[in-house]
Design a protein around this ligand. Sequence first.
Ligand code: TYD
Length: 210
Amino acid sequence: MSGLFISFEGNDGAGKSTQAALLLDSLRKKGISAVSFREPGGTDISEKIREIILDNENYKMKYMTEALLYAASRCQLVGEKILPALKAGNVVICDRFLDSSVVYQGVGRNLGIDTIEEINRFATGGLKPDLTFFLHLEPSEGIERKRSDGELDRMENQKGYFFWKVYNGFMELAERENERIIKIEANRPPNEIAAEIEELAERFIAERGL
Ligand code: TYD
């Protein structure tokens, strides 16, 4: 695979989407071919699955149904968009990927990390990001940011302790996979965070000779 796969992870409201967009912009300005996607979503089919997952009316959804829907959305995104873009030599930026399922469904929903990894091996053929930026922000701050942005979706409407489990899950995962996952302090002005991410990403890209 000739491209490079970068993901952004973190609790709700940590600022991933902003940072993913800023990185895309800065890479393109430097003449590096890059594309970006969000999860769940990123293809027409995956966006439809996203609506089902996040709809507050779907409060009866079983945790395993939720995990399988995230995996189905990911399967479509990988096959339709990510693999072709990587094969064509692009930098692929993804706003969330497998780590979110490991942490939200595996840890937050207690489905177990092994189960989530197994489901996702089917869904993605084992694809993992080369580099992951984990935007570190305490969950209470993140949810406050979301609340001030407007109505909360089905996932954001979970109880506070769920987000602490997710937060602890990310912290443990970042420690376990510290070669791939870089922890970035997110409680700072967005341009300061973006500058740090840009520098790290560009160094990585240069090492890959892209
Ligand atoms: P996202 O659009 O990134 O929301 P936010 O901007 O609030 O971070 O993701 C939607 C929600 O889906 C978010 O609450 C995290 C959750 N999620 C999972 O639980 N598992 C997953 O595999 C993914 C990709 C997201």
